[in-house]
Design a protein around this ligand. Structure first.
Ligand code: ARG
Length: 463
């Protein structure tokens, strides 16, 4: 069985066959073969619609559909189906094979259709499935963050701004910060799905079609909510693809930020985490090394993924209406971004489940600095001292302590009072690291009970 067919679908007006180098340059079959399932699905719906609209006969339509289903089975059962195929793209390959299989009836399939509205439809069908899978994978990772937040809702750790010790926080609160980022990522994909749920098929090459087709019928069969409003826009629109590449880039940037933290926390200097051996790598030269390659690679993927986003934006820039072959360049970058983000989501999830969080070390670091300085200022402020004055007083105490290599907890009450008379014995309790964390009891704050409420709210949203 061979589908090789050197004759182009459009060979009629040509007197010479195309140059070999043109074929090589022009062909997209090598990558758009990934659309075969969706291309066949779109063609079946189109054939049904053609019969429904009495443009072709019912038997003809059924024969075409049988042929298309046969091709689907052929492709599914034959790893080399595409290897032997010489057609220029997935649309031509399937149409040529159809004609080859069922003869002249197959030549009726392309009635009232162009590859331009066909390819836009294929990508949308394909991408809908892919985005749903991405939402599922992000949902799983998000759940792991929630699970870890439950375990560590009261685990105290140092919080940073500018990567400088700032205030104590709970590790659970930290995990829930990523839950929020991932939730927005999911929402962004859902919104993209919603916006792209419009069927381009029926727009023809650019102007629509002279056949009395029923576009609503096709939309229903293919599961699209609406049909496109303008044929010129429909065949040139790749906004949804650019949006998807943006969503993927931003999602990976979130995971890259998390990765950066894991890399830092994993250092000998920090020692906040231990990554299990199964998720670490070694060095070919330095026997002692245990490297965090997973988060480094996730961080590194940002280059490729944001690069793909720049690529689609650049492809679209300056394109005149309507279809231009430039658009064929949209697919490899899309596939590349999807493949990479999927494995990133899978490995990020496993990686996260194989980290040991060193509570003791986190607690020590949180306690052995001046992360409670703001709480001291708050203490005075609550006793009526204007915050700006309290801030200055505590700044002076910090300087006093640094000079003497002491912590707030080492100061006597008379030393406290030498800075402000309103300090009482209860200051010692207020500067305990647990007290500082519990005090941040505002909605969205780091106090353990706020983290528990955040977890409860998060668990109401399932994906
Ligand atoms: N392989 C083409 C693409 O991916 C399909 C559309 C071709 N249309 C055309 N008029 N040449 O964009």
């Amino acid at each position: 069985m061979s589908q090789a067919n050197d004759k182009k679908l459009w060979s009629g007006r040509f007197s010479e066959s195309t140059a070999e180098l043109l074929d090589r340059f022009n062909s997209s079959l090598n990558f758009d073969k990934r659309l075969y399932k969706h291309d066949i699905k779109g063609s079946i719906a189109h054939a049904e619609m053609l019969a429904h609209s009495a443009i072709i006969g019912k038997e003809e339509s059924e024969e075409i559909i049988r042929g298309l289903n046969k091709i689907f089975e052929e492709i599914e059962g034959d790893d080399e189906w595409f290897e032997r195929n010489k057609n220029e793209d997935i649309h031509s390959a399937i149409e040529a094979r159809l004609i080859n299989l069922i003869g002249d009836v197959g030549k009726k399939l392309h009635t009232g259709r162009s590859r331009n509205d066909q390819v836009a439809t294929d990508i949308k069908l394909f991408l809908k499935d892919e985005i749903n899978e991405l939402i599922r994978l992000i949902g799983e990772l998000r759940y792991t963050f929630i699970y870890l937040a439950k375990t560590h809702y009261a685990t105290v750790m140092p919080g940073y701004t500018h990567l400088q010790q700032a205030m104590p926080i709970t590790l659970g609160h930290y995990f829930m910060s990523y839950e929020q980022k991932l939730l927005r990522d999911i929402e962004r994909f859902e919104q993209t799905l919603h916006r792209m749920d419009v069927l381009p098929l029926g727009s023809g090459a650019l102007a629509g079609t002279g056949f009395d087709i029923d576009r609503e019928f096709t939309a229903k069969v293919l599961g699209f909510k609406k049909i496109t409003e303008n044929s010129l826009d429909a065949v040139s629109d790749r906004d949804f693809l650019a949006e998807c590449l943006f969503n993927i880039s931003l999602l990976n940037i979130h995971l890259s930020q998390f990765s950066e933290e894991m890399i830092i926390w994993n250092t000998e200097e920090f020692k906040f985490i231990t990554i299990s051996d199964a998720y670490s790598t070694g060095s070919s030269m330095m026997p002692q090394k245990k490297n965090p390659d997973i988060p480094e690679l996730i961080r590194g993927k940002t280059g490729r993924l944001t690069g793909n986003l720049m690529a689609i934006l650049t492809i679209l820039k300056g394109l005149p209406q309507a279809y231009n072959k430039d658009l064929q360049e949209d697919k490899e970058i899309l596939f590349d971004s999807l493949d990479n983000i999927k494995i990133v989501l899978l490995i990020a999830n496993e990686f996260l489940q194989n980290i040991d969080f060193n509570r003791k070390k986190m607690y020590e670091v949180a306690s052995n600095g001046f992360l409670n300085a703001t709480d001291v200022a708050d203490y005075l402020t609550k006793k009526g001292v204007p915050f700006r004055i309290a801030h200055e007083v505590v700044g002076n105490i910090v300087a006093y302590c640094i000079e003497r290599k002491r912590l707030f907890t080492d100061l006597s009450i008379s030393e406290w009072n030498s800075f402000h008379k309103l300090f009482g014995d209860d200051i010692m309790d207020k500067i305990k690291i647990e007290s500082c964390v519990e005090a941040k009891n505002v909605y969205g704050g780091t106090a353990p009970n706020q983290v528990l409420s955040a977890i409860a709210r998060a668990e109401e949203k399932n994906f």
